[in-house]
Design a protein around this ligand. Structure first.
Ligand SMILES: Nc1ncnc2c1ncn2[C@@H]1O[C@H](COP(=O)(O)OP(=O)(O)OP(=O)(O)O)[C@@H](O)[C@H]1O
Ligand SMILES: C[C@@](O)(CCOP(=O)(O)O)CC(=O)O
Length: 518
């Protein structure tokens, strides 16, 4: 009988902490998105003694199918890519997918031994699907004569075919490769029983982050972090993989030296076993992912600027300046960090206030969401509880603006367009709208030419935090997390059926998630 395992992992938005988060002294405020990557692993019927093959498809792309024959030794794994039946002309490579398969199988081999893996590993069919938001949909909207609005985006079919090969797609910057790798390695670890099936359960939905994560989830995170670095050929801060594994969080990076001994493309050259390094009990993994959530009724929206940033070149320039002007940079980093910390702390505090004042909180939201933020404090005398909530939102707003100021300073000092003038104008317009708390540029920056041609429509113009007018609490799951399975049953099952795929078994992140519309 064939069986399937499905694991999803979310994308990310770095709300605060860009560039600083590359240094373990500082941390970043990271929100995981409602947009997700899904990996479906389906076991083929037993084919007797036929060689084991793994076929991976990405049905949203042209020429995106990769077939590998697995050569399983006593202590090593080799994947031989075969010419794909559906695509006999070309042998397209996917380093990310191939490394994820190879290193996950190697880890399974180390945990289970060759005899066991030979017995359990069957030929597999793997399907990878990314929510539309990971890729710019502007061309799709134009082709359909639809205006650039949220409503138009919701009219597009899920997992829409992009019409191009992967290398030509316009990514939006939500961390497609991190979400893909995390869902893929997690699905395989589960499918091969390297980790138990309850690894991704969260006992209390309010307890997210890495501290309460199961050993299985930590192993999946460590493996995904490692594979992602290897595939990218560099060790970044890793906040994207951490968000994919642990959801929204205050993230402090890991020391890259932990995976250094495993960074050989040829795994037989690695001087140490994967299991030893990636083990969830290896204390050299120094990352911290503290649970974070946006307050109830707060929603984050992103504008589709048609392309993500070329982060490595921006990072290179910013870090070069930091090295050349250490004292100036230190002052700027410290001042920005103080603001980032305050920003995260007050947002978290607002969730506490919502719990403490369940009647007053929605009342305040209704009031604030109808006003421009400059009017928030011009209110009649209110009870202390309500005033506290208003004051907190007001401080978040001021802090977000100050953070933007610091990021602009960083940009002009290092000559990197972190918040270019076009973006400044756009954001200023956004943050002056009623109900908007603040805005910013998530991650590196955005490409200018595209931004300047971006047309305002339907109120979605840039990056901002939004308090919806309705009673909707902004989370698109069933409240407080843990409802991921219900959300998936309700929303995802029909989507999967439309792709002829089975239902979902295990979502990776059951933490609270928020709608991010790109
Ligand atoms: N749907 C997919 N199916 C298979 N592979 C994919 C898919 N999406 C991304 N990839 C892999 O990820 C690689 C892109 O990785 P890259 O690091 O450039 O993206 P990223 O920086 O994560 O993108 P983003 O802009 O979303 O943050 C592709 O070359 C491909 O190997
Ligand atoms: C600039 C940086 O701090 C954030 C980059 O974010 P993004 O991948 O451009 O969304 C780099 C990093 O953290 O790896």
């Amino acid at each position: 009988m064939s069986s399937s395992t499905v694991v999803s992992a979310p994308g990310k938005v770095l709300l605060a902490g860009g560039y600083l988060v590359l240094d373990p002294t500082y941390s970043g405020v990271v929100v995981s998105t409602s947009s997700r990557f899904y990996t479906v692993v389906t076991q083929e019927h037993d084919r007797g003694n036929a060689p084991i093959q793994i076929r991976v498809r990405s049905p949203q792309f042209v020429n995106a199918s990769w077939t590998y024959r697995v050569h399983l030794g006593d202590s090593n794994i080799h994947l031989e890519q075969l010419v794909d039946g559906s695509n006999p002309q070309t042998l397209s490579k996917n380093k990310f997918v191939q490394l994820a398969l190879e290193r996950t199988l190697l880890l399974a081999l180390e945990y289970q031994g060759a005899a066991h893996l030979r017995y359990t590993l069957k030929s597999l069919e793997i399907t990878i699907l990314g929510d539309n938001d990971f890729y710019s949909q502007r061309a799709q909207l134009t082709a359909r004569n639809l205006p650039s609005t949220l409503r138009s985006l919701s009219q597009l079919l899920p997992f829409l075919h992009t019409g191009v090969v992967i290398s030509d797609v316009h990514k939006t910057g939500l961390g497609s490769s991190a979400a893909l790798i995390t869902s893929l390695v997690s699905a395989l670890l589960l499918h091969l029983n390297v980790i138990p099936s309850d690894s991704f359960d969260v006992p209390d939905p309010r307890l997210g982050g890495s501290a309460t994560a199961s050993p299985g989830k930590k192993l999946a995170h460590n493996l995904a972090q490692y594979v992602h670095c290897l595939a990218q050929g560099k060790v970044g801060s890793g906040f994207d993989v951490s968000a994919a594994a642990f959801g929204s969080q205050l993230y402090t990076r890991f020391d890259p030296s932990v995976i250094q001994p495993l960074m050989n493309d040829d795994q037989s050259m690695n001087p140490i076993s994967l299991k030893q390094v990636l083990s969830p009990s290896n204390s050299q993994w120094s990352y911290r992912a503290e649970a974070f959530q946006l307050p109830p009724h707060v929603r984050l929206m992103l504008a589709d600027v048609d392309a993500g940033s070329d982060t490595p070149s921006l990072v290179g320039k910013v870090l070069k300046w930091r090295k050349e002007r250490p004292e100036e940079a230190q002052r700027l980093w410290d001042a920005t960090d103080a603001l980032n910390q305050q920003f995260g702390r007050i947002l978290l505090g607002l969730s506490d206030l919502a719990l403490k004042y369940p009647k007053e909180y929605p009342k305040v939201i209704k009031y604030l969401s109808s006003l421009q933020s400059c009017q928030w404090l011009a209110n009649p005398i209110l009870p202390e509880s309500e005033q506290r909530i208003i004051d907190s939102f007001h401080t978040v707003r001021l802090t977000a603006e100050e953070i933007r100021g610091k990021m602009r300073e960083m940009g002009s000092a290092s000559d990197v367009p972190i918040e270019p003038p076009e973006q400044t104008r756009l954001l200023n317009e956004c943050v002056s709208l009623a109900g908007v708390i603040g805005g910013g540029v998530p991650g590196g920056t955005v490409p200018l030419s595209i931004l300047s041609s971006y047309m305002r429509s339907d109120g979605l113009i840039g990056v901002f935090f939004f308090l919806p007018l309705s009673g909707d609490d902004g989370a698109d799951d069933d409240g407080g997390g843990g409802g991921c399975s219900r959300r998936i049953r309700r929303h995802m099952a029909p989507r999967f059926r439309s792709q002829g795929l089975p239902g979902i078994r295990t979502p990776i992140d059951k933490g609270r998630r928020y709608m991010v519309d790109v």
